[in-house]
Design a protein around this ligand. Sequence first.
Ligand code: ADP
Ligand code: MG
Length: 702
Amino acid sequence: MRPPLLNPLFAPVTSLAGVGPKQDKLFRYLLERSETPRLVDLLLHLPTSVIDRRTQPKIRDAAPGTIVTLEVTVDRHRPPPPHNSRAPYLVYAGDDTGNVVLTFFRAKPGYVEKLLPVGEKRYVSGTLQMYDGTPQMVHPDRVVDEAAFAKLSGIDPVYPLTEGLALGSLRRAMAQALQRLPRLPEWISPEVIRRCKFSDIAEALNRLHMPVELTDILPNGPFWSRLAFDELLAGQLALALVRAQLRRPAGDRHAGDGSLRKKIIDALPYSLTTSQQQAAAAIAEDLRQPVRMLRLLQGDVGSGKTVVALLAAAAVAEAGKQAALMAPTEILARQHINTIAPLAARAGMQVAILTGREKGKERRELLARLEAGEIDFLVGTHALIQDDVIFKALALAVVDEQHRFGVRERLTLTSKGNAVDVLVLSATPIPRTLVLTYFGDMDVSELREKPAGRQPIDTRALPASRLDEVVDAVGRALKAGKLVYWICPLVEESEAEGAGHLTDATQRFESLQKRFGDKVGLVHGQMKGTEKDRVMAQFAAHDIGLLVATTVVEVGVDVPAATIMVIENAERFGLAQLHQLRGRIGRGAEASICLLLYREPLNEMSTARLKVIRETTDGFRIAEEDLKLRGEGDVLGIRQSGLPGYRIARPEAHGQLITQARDEALRIMKDNPKLKGERGEALRCLLYLFERDEAVPLMGAG
Ligand code: ADP
Ligand code: MG
């Protein structure tokens, strides 16, 4: 399927000289791949800075402490004495203005002799130091002869590395990978190339990895920008191609007469906010159109997205079709069904849940009912995309918190029906430019208002030294019958190697249990689903008053009666995460309090974050501040979860290019939607190169 031209780039890095099994591991880690990285992964690992070796002074004029390149003739060698292998190997060299000592520690026998033959001219580059009044260079970074020197620009790229992987090994691997770069066709149109002054891709890669000018590696420079554009174009084109599959026969409309929706709205214990009504109306309109829906429903935590999703599903059910809702976690899926089931029951709509937990006979019966069309709305987790989950007539796929799912998962779900409409729910308020980058050209509905009657949350930050006071206050709150969350952070993996992260929550649970007895419960990510649900249900039913939790309660958990939250080590959380967590309270009619316990001393970043979170509960403002403080991908949690991220493009440097890439993709879709001919072939190469080829098989051969 992949154009054979690209095969050399998809060879494993272990096919390079000097990259063995040990290096393989390091490269996997560095390039964030679960399997052996390919040359393409290596080539897209771009340098972050350069070392300038172009200063070529005479020895007499060389400034100590700076990086210089000296042209020297080798005078003599002084190896360490036979019984003292710790002594350095010294090489005396010089030019017509003075002498320099080149120093090597623990050099392999024969290595230095070969590198610096007596009587020969060599170019040595490194940091010059003064030692006992003599210029000295310890382990020169580069030692080359005249011929090799003529080929060097004097500017060396510096890459992000990982422990155990030396810069030199990475550079050597990179140089080999560049050698194997095939001649790639041009996929960008001549107009855009001219307008943006792009070089071709081979030149871009060469100049980034073997810079000629200091500015060659700047993200907003022509070379990095060219690659960023390629990546963005691949992304936008892939989305456009997927979208093009979304036209459906005019007869296939997915919205009914409104009867079910009316029953649900009548059964609601509250009235919909204006923005909920608008979103529901926009969705109903989309469902009537002959083009498939691709809509993002954005709303802060607690803004009431679930009921909007239910209304969409009801519209579909009215037309005799089925809907599915896929949530990223079991807790969330259960919570959705808990909100949905009573309302659906009042309207006579059949709903069910499918997660990894439904097994055996229960699961078989459920799947049979689904295939027979007896279930109108199926809620679940990843379990929904298993092969044996077959719908009679799936017409709507709702995907909650979609940035945790990949495009592939979304496509798998939508491929379970004909012309399936897609509604994406997101609680992360995303600036418009980022929506475009990460979700493509979607319609957007926003739930900006909070449901009526919500009380503001009083947020305070306290040093951990006041823990005892906080525990006392929690005790009083429990006596008064309040529900309290106590959140402990996950310890970072490097500290705890995965499993260790429970200690914080478990220890806190134990100490609070000593004080408050069986009023205290614990949930964390490594508990069984049923166990988690049991504890959550106890909390919702007031059987326990204090729930110690890790961030499993972060997304979407809904216990409106909970009004107090303590967050321990709040300085370890990101802004978006703090906001999500805090969104678990302030959901009812009672005033809520959030206490942020932090460990001193606070660094600048944590101070800024805690200030923002104290000042506002507006998710959009918090998202903007977050973007300012942390920049790019982190806002979407893409880095943490390793989901459809962009490796090259960065919103702050290439924001302008996003729209240009989108325009180019739309032009291609207009002129050559089947990607035919030479340009079409080239574009297919692009899609495969950046692994955005999901839509290519759907398109058939060129
Ligand atoms: P989220 O957008 O975070 O998914 P939910 O859909 O879970 O929000 O809704 C949060 C809570 O608000 C739920 O308990 C829901 O029943 C309630 N709710 C939703 N819409 C309204 C409304 N218009 N008025 C009052 N409460 C509402
Ligand atoms: Mg929700």
